[in-house]
Design a binder for this molecule. Sequence first.
Ligand code: HXC
Length: 257
Amino acid sequence: MAYETILVETRGRVGLITLNRPKALNALNSQVLEEVVAAAEAFDANARIGAIVLTGSQKAFAAGADIKEMQAKSYVEAYMEDFFSGWEHFTRVRKPVIAAVAGYALGGGCELAMMCDFIIAADNAKFGQPEITLGVMPGMGGSQRLTRFVGKSKAMEMCLTGRMMEAEEAERCGLVSRVVPAGELIEEALEVAGKIAEFSLPAVMMTKEAVNRAYETTLAEGLRFERRVFHSMFALDDQKEGMAAFTEKRSAQFRNR
Ligand code: HXC
């Protein structure tokens, strides 16, 4: 597929998707949605890929949903087309997806980063849910996911004031896993993704599924799910190989990569 709003590359076993609408600070219009979902699904289906990195530019990961595209929509149009529900396809990608965020991650941009499995931020990253300044509220998960990431008080403040949060605060409150110098962001994210892609892919995917369960169910159900999946891993060749490699003091050669 020929993409117009994103760049798609493969680096070893890592799929790299770069949002590329520089004139609009990577604002997320319907074409971006279609292309990001298509590229992520293609990597998910590609047996040679073990992890995916989603990034933007140094100035903006994404400055939000495309305000110019949506401003004239009526309620009926928004409802009937189930506006922005297409991003749910992105959240169904089963391989790990890392967001590498530099610059602005605002509104839908912050929400898209939060749909990824974890966020590595450049030291110039700025996160925010400024929808309130436009007379609306987050519509791609911000009111729910931000609250789960950073807790009610900070999420409420961010959504009600629209203020931006710098990378350091984002790390302190658990929105991002870590902060790196802006110039090293992509290489760092690719290295982390590359490391994940060396492990047993079924083990990686099951681990992602289990951590995500923590957000969707009770502790008792989540623990039950974890234990069942953990038990099932003893059916993997890679479990035998990983544990044999440890006892034989050599590095594991996982077959299911
Ligand atoms: C459309 C956008 C845009 C957006 C920036 N641009 N953000 N276009 N939608 N979300 C465009 C500008 O119109 C401008 O185009 C160009 O990108 C450069 O932006 P500037 O504003 O000139 O840059 P700068 O002065 O550096 O300011 C950067 C900024 C500002 C602070 C990020 O652009 C900004 O506040 N953007 C809007 C952020 C926002 O409110 N996001 C939430 C959107 S709502 P021209 O043609 O003038 O050069 C949302 C809802 C999600 O995301 C849920 C939906 C269901």
